[in-house]
Design a protein around this ligand. Structure first.
Ligand SMILES: Nc1nc2c(c(=O)[nH]1)N[C@H]1C(S)=C(S)[C@@H](COP(=O)(O)OP(=O)(O)OC[C@H]3O[C@@H](n4cnc5c(=O)[nH]c(N)nc54)[C@H](O)[C@@H]3O)O[C@H]1N2
Ligand SMILES: Nc1nc2c(c(=O)[nH]1)N[C@H]1C(S)=C(S)[C@@H](COP(=O)(O)OP(=O)(O)OC[C@H]3O[C@@H](n4cnc5c(=O)[nH]c(N)nc54)[C@H](O)[C@@H]3O)O[C@H]1N2
Ligand SMILES: [Mo]
Length: 667
């Protein structure tokens, strides 16, 4: 048996180091890498048995051609040669008849590796296909941050350990940010109080001193009310504001609207709790916020983030490097455009938003119509929105669908041709975690089973058959990775030779940032007033609730799965349990619903059946669905995403999967 170093490829801030045990050319076990600077030998419950996923009997090992109806999942094996010829013949036909923009790639973060995640951009830019706007995750949060802080980096996560007051805001750290927990523990041991602010009491509460439940989407009002109290109590830092903050004078005039008594009605948080929260935050020497993404996934999500971003500005804690973590907290490692190849793109190419896939595929809505889609590293039929309509569009007989996958996902079932994809241990790639400022080269450590092929090598085969002549498409993935890592750009330029040698050997190398950054906005100030955006001054924006659909529906992560990844792992899905909707006792009682009842959750888009999980630790008016259930694991064929619209956030065009409304009734 031999051991090789690798990295967790999945979409999570942590980017854990892994040691894989290999026997007879197969990964037979994995453990955390003790030498990883941050994750230090730890792996989450999902990754402890990565080998089971890699060696799973249901893996797709050969190219497949559809034999049944779209969506049914019946396929037969074909050769790679036949697959490549059928795909490229069809693409050439589409390009001739409709133009290259009738084709679109569709991808997201099945793997976080920089090459394998983004390599399709070079290919489809070269082709001239429609571009995809990739806002499935937290672009609203990013845009809100940018509107206030410009390109300033957030607080590095390790600084949470030095904070004397912490707000874990809209993040289920027990599921999604496990490596922040030791910092929070460290701070608590030194006496810091830690408060969770969420719409329901998640498992993250076990790592906090108390929980404040807030009505979904109203956190902006809560933050502004905290500013109201801190201003009144003399806890704002006027000298800092004078020099570094733009628009506070304008905000002061609006603050009376945000008195705790008024905001209590908006947020469901009582006035006394708001006051206490504000006082403890305002009095802290080193206050820190760990901001997750949930609260930003609604139509006013970027504005909500702008309000929260104002908190460290008005108390002046940024000057000591204490502010907000969980957001843009890593620098760039190298020049990503080496992979994206925007130089291949044509200027007049249209861009289409991935959250609106059902509309994109609707020939009446998109002109020229989309006639071909190439989906890789993403499972849109399970993870995006408006999926009842999406399935209908995916059934279009004249839509040519290629899916590059590892498993027979809900999406792959709609493919005309499926191509078999590799796991991270079977291809070359490089990573840099989004929660920690590190870089790691991930070598191919075992041969792929069957005829599985990596994202890049698959595109190379397609490029050859399309007649793409640029030399770039002839480079091996190992070559691309090594050239990228050895070009001295971004933070790669700051590595010593010794550190670079470690990177090339496959170790993660971390660069610790101080957290004391210059404000990188156009004005050089923190912009509570930003004249470049639609609502220049930060404010609270109301949600449009209707009587018909009075409950705010929130999608939240599960401890046992990662989006739709890991839904193939029987052990994990068993622990995750059946598909439930978390409902408050008040809302349940009002509808005669009891724990475990089958309930129908509905709005204008769909009706979805759940089991009721009735709790007292969620505010009335909000219902929560944890995790993504693939079709076979749902109760009536639909998961929660059937209830989410294609609406986008105010800035950043992000998904609004935490901001739609529903009604529930007992079945
Ligand atoms: N186990 C596991 N780990 C994961 C993932 C997973 O699915 N499972 N997903 C990965 C991905 S893709 C991402 S983007 C990251 C996300 O990780 P984070 O950015 O840390 O965010 P989440 O934990 O997803 O945040 C969701 C939380 O926000 C809460 N929330 C929703 N709306 C509101 C609101 O209006 N106000 C407040 N205060 N809270 C609200 C939800 O109840 C939920 O607890 O995690 C990654 N890690
Ligand atoms: N209800 C609900 N919906 C959500 C969320 C939620 O919490 N709740 N979270 C949202 C968020 S934050 C995100 S980021 C998205 C995530 O949505 P996606 O990016 O679609 O993520 P996954 O569902 O994990 O699916 C990734 C797919 O990529 C495949 N894959 C993995 N590695 C490779 C590879 O190397 N090559 C190829 N070709 N394929 C590969 C996997 O088999 C898997 O089917 O979902 C969003 N949707
Ligand atoms: Mo995400």
């Amino acid at each position: 048996m031999i051991e090789k170093r690798t990295v967790c490829p999945f979409d999570c801030p942590d980017c854990c180091g892994i040691i894989a045990s290999i026997e007879n050319g197969k990964v037979v076990a994995v453990r955390g890498d003790d030498e990883h600077p941050r994750t230090q030998g730890f792996l989450c419950r999902k990754m402890n048995h990565y080998e089971e996923m890699i060696n799973h009997p249901n893996r797709i090992l050969y190219p497949l051609k559809r034999t049944g109806k779209k969506g049914e999942g019946q396929f037969e094996r074909i050769s790679w040669e036949e697959a490549i010829t059928s795909i490229t013949d069809q693409w050439k036909k589409i390009i001739k008849e409709y133009g290259a923009q009738a084709l679109i790639p569709y991808y997201y973060a099945g793997t976080e590796g920089i090459l394998q995640q983004h390599c399709g951009k070079a290919f489809f830019n070269y082709m001239g296909a429609s571009k995809l706007v990739t806002t499935l995750c937290s672009s609203g949060k990013g845009a809100g941050w940018k509107a206030v802080m410009g390109n300033t980096l957030g607080m590095p996560a390790y600084k949470l350990g030095q904070c004397d007051r912490i707000l874990v805001w809209s993040s289920n750290i027990a599921a999604t940010r496990i490596h922040e927990i030791p910092y929070i523990k460290e701070a608590r041991e030194k006496g810091a109080k830690v408060t969770l602010i969420d719409v329901y009491e998640t498992p993250a509460a076990a790592h906090c001193d108390d929980t404040i439940l807030v009505k979904a989407g109203t956190d902006g009002a809560l933050a502004l009310s905290m500013i109201y109290v801190m201003e009144k109590e003399g806890l704002t830092d006027h000298a800092y504001i004078e020099e570094n903050v733009q628009g506070y004078d304008l905000l002061l005039k609006e603050l009376p609207m945000y008195a705790p008594e008024k905001v209590a009605k908006i947020t469901g948080v009582d006035a006394e709790t708001i006051r206490e929260l504000a006082l403890s935050y305002g009095k802290a020497e080193r206050p820190g916020i760990l901001l997750g993404s949930g609260a930003s996934r609604n139509k006013a999500g970027a504005m909500l983030v702008r309000c929260i971003a104002a908190l460290p500005a008005v108390v002046g804690s940024w000057k000591k490097g204490f502010g907000i973590s969980g957001i843009k907290q890593t620098g760039e490692w190298g020049d990503r455009d080496r992979i994206h190849r925007s130089d291949f793109a044509r200027e007049d190419t249209r861009s289409l938003n991935m959250m609106q896939l059902a509309s994109i595929l609707n020939k009446e809505k998109t002109n020229p119509p989309i006639m071909g889609i190439y989906i890789y590293s993403c499972n849109p039929v399970a993870v995006t929105t408006n999926i009842v309509e999406l399935r209908k569009q995916m059934e279009r007989e004249d839509l040519f669908t290629v899916v590059h996958e590892r498993f027979m996902t809900d999406t792959a079932k709609y493919a005309d041709i499926i191509l078999p994809a590799t796991f991270s241990v079977e291809h070359y790639d490089f990573f840099h975690g989004y929660g920690m400022n590190s870089v790691q080269y991930s070598k191919k450590i075992v041969e792929a089973p069957g005829e599985c092929c990596s994202n890049w090598e698959t595109l190379q085969r397609l490029a050859a058959a399309m007649g793409f002549e640029d030399e770039y498409f002839k480079k091996s993935e190992e070559e691309i990775c090594l050239e990228y890592l050895q070009e001295k750009t971004g933070q790669l330029a700051e590595l010593t030779q010794e550190e670079m040698n470690r990177v090339l050997e496959g170790y993660a190398v971390e660069k610790r940032l101080s957290g004391c950054f210059d404000i990188a906005t156009p004005s050089g100030k923190i912009e509570l007033y930003n004249p470049m955006v639609a609502d220049p001054l930060i404010c609270y924006k109301d949600m449009d609730v209707t009587d018909r659909y009075p409950l705010h529906l929130v999608a939240a992560p599960s401890l046992y799965t990662l989006n739709s990844t890991f839904t193939t792992q029987e052990g994990l899905t068993k622990k995750r349990g059946r598909m439930t909707l978390i409902v408050s006792q008040v809302d349940a009682k009002a509808r005669g619903i009891e724990e475990g009842d089958l309930i129908l959750c509905e709005n204008e888009l769909a009706q979805v059946t759940f089991y009721a999980d009735v709790r007292d630790n969620i505010l009335p008016g909000t219902v929560v669905a944890e995790g993504i259930y693939i079709k076979d694991q749902t109760i009536d064929g639909n998961n929660v995403n059937a209830l989410f619209s294609e609406d986008l956030s105010d800035l950043g065009e992000s998904t609004t999967i935490c901001g739609n409304f529903v009604q529930i009734l007992r079945k």
